[in-house]
Write a protein that binds this ligand. Sequence first.
Ligand code: FCB
Length: 444
Amino acid sequence: MTLQLPADSRILNTDFVFGVATSSFQIEGGLDSRLPCIWDTFCTQPGAIRDGSHGAVACDHIRLWREDVELIQSLGVDAYRLSLSWPRVMQQNGELNPTGVAFYRDLLGTLKAQGIRTFVTLYHWDLPQYLEDEGGWRNRATAYAFADYADKISKALADLVDAWATLNEPFCSSYLGYEIGVHAPGLKNKGWGRQSAHHLLLAHGLAMPKLRQNAPQAQHGIVLNFTPCYAETDALADVAAADYADQYFNQWYIKPLFDKAYPACFSQLSAEEQPQIQPGDFDIIAAPLDYLGINFYTRHVYRADAQQGFVVVDQVGVAKTDIGWEIYPQAFTDLLLDLHRRYPLPPLYIMENGAAGADELVDGKVQDDMRLGYYQQHLLALDNAMRQGVDVRGYFAWSLMDNFEWAEGYLKRFGIVYVDYATQQRVIKQSGLAFRDLSLSRKG
Ligand code: FCB
């Protein structure tokens, strides 16, 4: 099976960036060569990770990175999106850690030497534990610590990075981590969730001018995830419920970037739940962006609920991936058109899209038809949005390879490359081969 696009699709233009993505904690391992982060701590909490696993070894990328660069090269992609481990490159005294910096200089330098463009995210959830001990993202000082880290590391790596992203999915860091506690650091308090979200956005805004100053030739932005919200019925209450959820889960993170304000749901929060905002914060947060990164996987359907305001309605009898997320590519098109109508967007990059599958290695092959179908449908959904005027410049598959899927541990496989964790062998899945063929076909 192959991935097919209409011959006139702009996705097939050679200036459209095709890439694969990973993040530091999910693949690196190498726990002994860095400081602990909040995910190391979270993994020790009983019941926090479904298979009781941790990130101490993961894909052992810290040792196998040269092979992994060859793997990326063999996939024929233009670009690689990775994240830096903050506790690997910074010391507690605020100085860079030369060993950590050297690791990324080698990795990024090797990628560049192979002609692979480098998209670097500064924060993909692995906050140094020493900062969590001071309140983590609940503490305004963490935003300033992030800006300092961004400043120092962007100076050290400026010549090797094509595009910088401040944060990956501040929704997950704040809501999942501090509001409902299913991600590190595992705290459950609505006010803390909202305050963390504000400090994350502030951290982004404080870092942007430093990145621009240190790496004027690179592009600078942020990566947000969206789970579009649909009403179960046309009843006014359900439509209002879906709209509220959309404000709370999606617009909260993008509206301040363009409109210097939180959505209307802000005023429905109690005084303790409303984040503390200092004068001038929104001016910092709304720093101009060169691009916006979008992560998309699925949608949610909502129903009004007398007690809770809104509830997610499980969709029965529909196609789902192995992590239980509905496959609904129309939401991808709808999302891009909706954002395009609402905000004065810079060029977009799809920084993550992909599917978890119950993959098995059989006779040296992984026949992941569901994932291949998912990519086919979502590339068409993206093409559809681009035909209607949305300016998208690139697309990254999540993920290059199977890895530590946060609270799911190693149970969920998102890679287009299979990882046998017992041997660390990598095997390109059928979806990976199709992705390679599509990518290479553009190059004529
Ligand atoms: C996103 C994360 C990424 C991965 C995918 C499946 O929310 O950014 O690290 O876990 O989901």
